[in-house]
Each structure stands twice: as C-alpha cells, then as structure tokens.
Design a binder for this molecule. Structure first.
Ligand code: LLP
Length: 414
C-alpha cells in the first residue's frame, strides 16, 4: 500500500495535489511520500520484531539525505557500496554502527573511512579483498568485523542484469572455496569473523529462491561451526520484489516468517538489505506532455522527462505504470511515452492507453527506487528536483540542478 491515490479524478501524494506541486516546482520532478517509506520500513521491522535483527536499507535505491534521515529516525541501519554512500548516511544522521558495507571493489580509502567510523560489518567479496582489509585494519590498529558474501548459485528467476546469485557473475565467493577463505579470515589478526551474507538478485517475486539460498548458507554455517568458526549473523541481502504491474510478490511478513521458520531456533541475528521494497512505491516521477505526434501508424507523447532522469525502462525494458495526474473523461489512444533525448531507446513506456493533451502531467509510478540515483546529465540535461511530502506539506529535498552546475569543475585550455 502506498499514499499516491486519486481523490475524484486528481492524483494526490498523501494530502498534496500532485498537479499543484508540479506547477509550483516544475517538471520533471520526483515526489516521495514519507508515510509510505515509513510504512514499508515498519513492515520489515515488525515482521521480525522478536528475533534479533537489523534492517539495513540499501542506500543505492534512493540516497537522498532526506530519505536516509527519515529511515535513520526509525532506527534503520544501512547497506552501502561506496564511501560516497557512507558519507551520505553520516550526513543524514545515520548510525555508522548499523552500517554494512557491500560491494566487490572497495578501495583502501573506503576501508579506512569505514574502519575509522566503526561500521557494523564489511561484506567481503573476495580472498584478495580480505587480505587487503586485514592490512588496512592492522595499520590503523583496528580489528575489522567481517562477513563473507558467498554465492549460493541459485537462479533468482529475475532479469539477468539484476540477478546476482549465479556462479557466473562477479559477485561474492564460490560456495566450493568458502570454507578455506573463512579459515583464512579467522587466522588474520586484523579481522573478526562475524557473519555470512548473500544477495541473489533483485525484484524477486517468489520466496523459493530465497529459501534455497538460505538452506545452502545454513549448511555452510553448520560446516563452519564444526571447524570452530562461530557465525553470529546471517545477512540475507535484499531483493524482495514490488508490484510494478500485476506482480504479486510476497509481503515482508510472509517472507520473513518463511526465513525465520528455517532458522529453527538458531541463535543467528538476521540482517535484511531491502532497497526497492522500501523505496520503489514510495515515489513517483512527474513529467509534462510537451507535444503529441503521429508517425505513420504510431502515436507518440513527447514528455519533458527522459532516460537520463529514469533509465529503468530503457536499460532493463522495465515496465512502470504511467497514469494521468488529472484524469480526463473520454476516449483513450495508444501512445509511446518518449523523452527528448537523442536515442531511440529513450522511452518511459510503450503502447500505453492514455487520454491526454499537450500540457498534461503524467506520473510514472514506482519510481522511488533506482530512479533519481541512476539519473545522469546525458544530453546536458540538469537533473530533476526531488520533493518529499509529509501529510499536507511538501518539502524540496533536492533543488533542480542549474545549468551552470553542468560544467562546474570543467576547465578550458589557456
Ligand atoms: N544488497 C546488495 C548487496 C545489493 O547488490 C542490492 C541491489 C541490494 C541489497 C538491494 O536490492 P533490492 O532490495 O533493492 O532489490 N538498478 C536495478 C536494481 C539493481 C540492484 C542492485 N543491487 C533496477 O533498477 O532494477
């Protein structure tokens, strides 16, 4: 459930009229709902309330400091993949002691920063990274808490670009070599083995791949225990899907209950890294129709938002619902909703039934995750403004980029 609903024929973000916000702040525009973010976070937290756990929101989904701050105030932890994301968490008032650091290519500087801030755990992705982290920790006179990301080799059944749990991709370490690497980690004086983690992919709409992964990881944890390596937490990663169209992904409580059942009384803290499930349906992307045009038998709605603002449709052929901000009565036509960027792949949606005129606003739903964070300045387009609504109030949480910011830091030759 989210808080973007029609009242009569007009779309609201909580108690704010979306059309008024678009008029006041211009388009293209991202609008997030605080109540929806909080609701989704609580859905996870309540689902595992009486078992030791930590919800580490995946910052990459939406890293605006206002979003991070809303979650930090609830007591959220954070899953980060760079020093930049870690800095955002700190800037937003997040607690470094609740941060897990994922990612295959952590630099020495990023390791130092995270060690100095005292993060909860490094999710190490290779034997080479383990050795490097040990050296950095010893140099700083610290002990780095580590988990090893193990690849359970399960098929998440999702888009190949966002499926990460198969052996052939770059993430994690192979299950076969995992015990040897844990043994090594256990010997290194700059490291303390804390946990095991995995992340098998994103936008999963079934529980089974998660459970298959968990079975393999629990078997590994048992084998490690036999060798005297005690694992204190299991980080299941993120990946729970959302409804973009007709998908019916499991709700967080059903998902968590299935995982908890598998734990079967073990004293293992559970860590979750949800990104999309918290942020996607807490945001919309609002764009204005510039022109309507017809080429042979195709109708196009040219809008002021484009692939540089919201790349998921172009990059993954992702389908996101496109709805009018103010509904018109009357006949629908079939449109491709396309942006001004000079690429054939620049579209937000294809073959959509809409009744629209130039000047109308459209909302692309489910844009709160992997929307703004994946945006760029391609075609020298300033990045969109971001708003957060809270009841009947709306706050600018990121100003629209100004043209002069586009070449900030660039230099011409003398
Ligand atoms: N943890 C790790 C280690 C991850 O790599 C990811 C996402 C997450 C957690 C959060 O996954 P989520 O709960 O959001 O599914 N740009 C793509 C999604 C890429 C996901 C990358 N990793 C998209 O727009 O669909």
């Amino acid at each position: 459930m989210d808080h973007f609903l029609y009242q009569a024929d007009e779309l609201y973000a909580e108690q704010c009229q979306v059309a008024e916000l678009a008029k006041q702040h211009g388009t293209p525009l991202y609008i997030y709902s605080r109540a929806t973010l909080e609701r989704h976070w609580h859905a996870f937290d309540n689902a595992v309330s009486d078992h030791p756990h930590l919800i580490c929101y995946a910052v990459k989904a939406n890293s605006n400091i206002a979003v991070l701050n809303v979650l930090a105030r609830l007591g959220s932890g954070f899953d980060i993949v760079s020093g930049g994301e870690l800095s955002r968490v700190i800037e937003a008032g997040g607690d470094p002691a609740k941060v897990v650091f994922s990612g295959v290519g952590k630099t020495v500087e990023e390791m130092e920063m995270a060690l100095n801030l005292g993060i909860y755990c490094f999710n190490v992705e290779s034997a080479a990274e383990l050795e490097q982290l040990n050296l950095v920790a010893l140099r700083l006179g610290k002990v780095a808490p580590v988990s090893l990301r193990v690849n359970p080799d399960v098929d998440a059944g999702t888009h190949p670009y966002i499926s990460t749990g198969l052996k052939e991709n770059k993430f994690g370490i192979a299950m076969e070599g995992a015990e040897a690497i844990f043994t090594r980690a256990n010997e290194l004086p700059g490291l303390e083995v804390k946990g095991v983690d995995c992340h098998i992919g994103s936008q999963l709409t079934e529980i089974k791949p998660f459970l298959d992964a968990m079975d393999r990881m629990l078997a590994l944890i048992d084998r490690l225990a036999e060798q005297g390596i005690e694992i204190k937490h299991f980080d299941v990663g993120g990946g729970l899907g959302v409804t973009y169209d007709e998908e019916v992904p499991p709700q967080p409580d059903v998902y968590a209950a299935a995982l908890l059942e598998r734990l079967d009384g073990r004293d293992l803290k559970l860590i979750f890294e949800p990104g999309r499930a918290i942020a996607a349906n807490a945001g919309i992307f609002v764009t204005q129709v510039l022109y309507l045009k017809e080429n042979s038998d195709k109708r196009f709605a040219l809008v002021d938002g484009a692939m540089n603002d919201l790349i998921r449709p172009s990059l993954y052929s992702a389908w996101q619902k496109i709805i009018p901000v103010i509904e018109r009565a009357g006949e629908m036509q079939t449109y491709d909703v396309v942006g001004p960027v000079c690429e054939t792949g620049d579209f937000l949606g294809k073959d959509r039934e809409l009744n629209i005129l130039a000047g109308d606003y459209l909302a692309i739903r489910s844009s709160g995750a992997y929307g703004f964070t994946m945006s760029s300045n391609y075609n020298s387009r300033p990045r969109a403004a971001e708003l957060m609504v809270d009841g009947d109030k709306a706050y600018v949480i990121r100003e629209r980029e100004k043209l002069a910011q586009l070449w900030q830091g660039e230099q011409i030759l003398p």
